[in-house]
Design a protein around this ligand. Structure first.
Ligand code: GLN
Length: 446
């Protein structure tokens, strides 16, 4: 009840929630109390959370921050939600985001932008904008997010939080609305690595309902947190440090390097030669996949339907035209173009080939080092509206986060200081399924 009151008091300014499920939360909390009084205890029993509004939640609106799904009540729970419920978590509601997870600022939401609690004039990052804003404003101690090109790590960096994007396939995508299926991965935003470790422990693992979920055994993440860092080798990609990086963020990375050296880490330079192509490659493939995934919203089976359609074509056309926002339409157009006959080879196929080169870059780098360190974002959180009419400028902000999604490796952003009243994040990336390593370093860095 304390947090529900806080949400009522503060969220009108922050706009991080789309739906607050007060009654259900109180019921879940009572059930958790009951279990506790019966002597049950587990780390997550009774812990309040809130979920990005693209995870299906049974009986609760799941809007993806789109007018298209404003009236959609999910008939089932996503696997992530189901597992967190089983662990005893209490859900306070559903969180704001960029429409269908397309964006880096939260401003493409049908429900209006979330604000950065550090400075209400600035963006909290995106697409998990509400997740970052709600946790940073201490309306909830941790939140789920999804990351297809940085949507957990970048908002975590912009709001002074720890955000983990696990290996592709580590957490089931079942019930998580698809944006770019070969990139989408669920994860968490929290105040520290320990909370992320507990949430990952409760949700990682194979799910037969997601054919891309991994069979790989799940490590003991909380146990890994305190393992000594002595001898750990960390790579610094030389391509990261050029004039596109805000020099103050570069300084924060160097301060982090000094701190990690004191903990016993050694540093070497590595190279990711295909990095300059990562943003273009990501946007071609992500848009292509989005155009396919969003074809299901046709006004027929669920979601928004236009008034009085003349015929089937008019129904499709007007339902989609009236209910999708500008950015979503832009992605559908780009994706359809990249996949069309005559352009497929030049764009989509080419992008897939570069994707392989980026994956190879990481494989080569990880022959020399255990982890890669760098900035999470090239710039500090920008003013609301500053990039709203310049999509390419917004896309370029994703330079440090999209490579991990292209390769499928895990990444984590951790807080590394404050510059002019705004938080800075640094990013760690690891080989496949080495989430424990990321959490171990992030835990001891704090
Ligand atoms: N900013 C990226 C995009 O707009 C990433 C989004 C995401 O990770 N969901 O596609």
């Amino acid at each position: 009840t304390h947090l529900l009151a806080r949400i009522k008091q503060l969220d009108p300014q922050v706009n991080s929630f789309i739906t607050v499920t007060e009654d259900a939360a109180l019921q879940q909390a009572q059930a958790a109390d009951q279990l506790r009084s019966e002597g049950q205890s587990s780390a997550l029993l009774g812990v309040p959370l809130a979920h990005k509004d693209l995870f299906c939640t049974q009986g609760v609106r799941t809007s993806c921050a789109s007018k298209m799904l404003d009236n959609f009540i999910a008939p089932y729970n996503a696997t992530v939600i189901e597992k967190l419920n089983q662990a005893g978590c209490v859900s306070l509601g559903k969180l704001n985001m960029d429409e269908f997870a397309m964006g880096s600022s939260g401003e493409t939401s049908f429900y209006g932008a979330s604000k950065n609690p550090w400075d209400l004039e600035r963006v909290p990052g995106g697409s998990s904008s509400g997740s970052a804003a709600a946790v940073a404003a201490r309306l909830v101690p941790a939140a789920t997010g999804s990351d297809s090109g940085g949507s957990i790590r970048q908002p975590a960096a912009f709001t002074g939080l720890t955000g983990i994007k696990p290996t592709y396939g580590r957490i089931s995508r079942w019930g998580m609305t698809a944006y770019a299926s070969s990139f989408d991965q669920a994860g968490f935003l929290a105040h520290n690595a320990e909370d992320c470790a507990l949430l990952l422990q409760a949700t990682a693992g194979f799910d037969e309902r997601d054919s891309t979920s991994a069979q790989q055994p799940v490590d003991d993440y909380p146990a890994a947190l305190t393992q000594p860092l002595q001898g750990i080798r960390i790579g610094l990609p030389k391509e990261y440090f050029d004039d596109r990086l805000d020099a103050r963020i570069g300084d924060a990375v160097h301060t982090a390097i000094e701190q990690l050296k004191q903990l016993g880490a050694t540093f070497v330079e590595v190279s990711l030669p295909s990095l300059p192509h990562a943003v273009a490659t990501y946007y071609v493939i992500a848009s292509a996949e989005a155009s396919t995934n969003l074809a299901r919203f046709d006004g027929v089976r669920f979601g928004y339907r236009c008034e009085a359609p003349k015929d089937l074509e008019d129904l499709y056309l007007r339902s989609r035209n009236e209910a999708f926002g500008e950015e979503v339409k832009r992605r559908i157009m780009m994706g359809t173009y990249a996949l069309s006959t005559g352009y497929y080879d030049a764009y989509y196929l080419k992008a897939q080939k570069i994707r392989r080169l980026i994956k190879n870059d990481f494989t080569n780098a990880f022959e020399q080092v255990d982890l890669i360190l760098g900035p999470t974002t090239p710039n500090l959180p920008w003013q609301l509206g500053a990039k709203a009419n310049d999509p390419v400028a917004a896309y370029l902000e994703d330079i440090y986060t999209v490579p991990a999604n292209l390769a499928g490796i895990p990444g984590l952003s951790m807080p590394a200081g404050v510059i002019d009243g705004l938080p800075v994040g640094v990013q760690l990336q690891a080989p496949y399924f080495q989430e424990a390593r990321l959490l171990q370093v992030a835990h001891q860095f704090q």
